[in-house]
Design a protein around this ligand. Structure first.
Ligand code: PML
Length: 257
């Protein structure tokens, strides 16, 4: 599902469903598109496509949360996790330029993890990770684990699924995400080593600015990455750990041990 107004992106969502679930899924997507905090859309596009091949099965990333005192401290924390993953300072700065920029992108930006250059073929559209879902049993267990942490919401479930797919791409080293929902101030960084690291208060309440950036390894095949993100069907069928709040030292230390 994609919703926009006058061509400006409002919201998007996707899933993998059995044939019997499709009608309900369409209704749910329509309701979501019409009730988004970014406002009423002028256009809603819902497309349904039959998968010809079995999806690739993957695991979720480990989940944890890092707390910070304010948005500036939260951004520093995000930067430190990314730097600890080996992302250059230039690339981190370029990524924050994207997510704090005025224009909401429909898809994600691809940023070179070494030099910080933008790599996506269409910079206005970005790259939209799609064709991903979670199997029912895995969803039920994930829901219980996230509930224990008080974070079992569609936003967290979907963002975790999206990040897990993206980080499964050869050549995607990390992700930075800040929601473009003005009322949603938790963002995250996801990396191969540290998993899905939630960072509350990464932006001020009321700000419509946000977006996603994937950090790309130097020399990686960008065409293949885009193909994987947009077209490769992926099903989350296994779970990793879901932990509560941690400190940066605990997170970085545990990845080193
Ligand atoms: C989004 O709006 O899709 C981004 C959500 C980012 C954070 C989700 C979370 O709370 O873990």
């Amino acid at each position: 599902m994609r919703a926009s107004r006058g061509g400006a992106h409002i919201s998007g969502a996707e899933g993998l469903f059995t044939e019997g679930e499709v009608e309900k899924a369409i209704k749910d997507f329509l309701r979501r598109a019409r009730n988004h905090p970014r406002g009423e859309p002028g256009e809603i596009f819902i497309s349904v496509e039959k998968l010809r091949a079995k999806p690739k099965e993957i695991s979720t990333l480990n989940v944890c949360t890092l707390r910070s005192a304010n948005p500036a401290a939260a951004r520093r924390l995000a930067g430190r996790v990314l730097r600890a993953e080996g992302i250059s300072a230039k690339a981190v700065a370029a990524a924050f330029g994207v997510v704090r920029g005025a224009r909401a992108m429909r898809g994600a930006a691809l940023v070179s993890a070494s030099g910080g250059a933008r790599l996506e073929p269409d910079m206005a559209r970005g790259v939209r990770a799609s064709r991903l879902g979670i199997d029912k049993k895995t969803q039920a267990v994930l829901g219980r684990r996230l509930s224990r942490l008080g974070i079992n919401t569609p936003t967290v479930n979907e963002a975790l699924a999206l990040a897990s797919k993206a980080l499964g791409a050869k050549g995607v080293l990390a992700e930075l995400c800040v929601s473009d929902d003005p009322h949603y101030t938790t963002g995250y960084v996801a990396t191969k080593k540290f998993g899905y690291v939630r960072i509350p208060d990464i932006k001020k309440k009321g700000s419509p600015r946000g977006g996603r950036v994937y950090f790309i390894k130097h020399g990686a095949d960008v065409g293949r990455i885009v193909e994987y993100l947009e077209r490769k069907p992926v099903l989350i069928a296994r779970l990793s750990e879901c932990k509560g709040t941690r400190t940066l030292d605990e997170l970085v230390g545990s990845a080193d041990s």
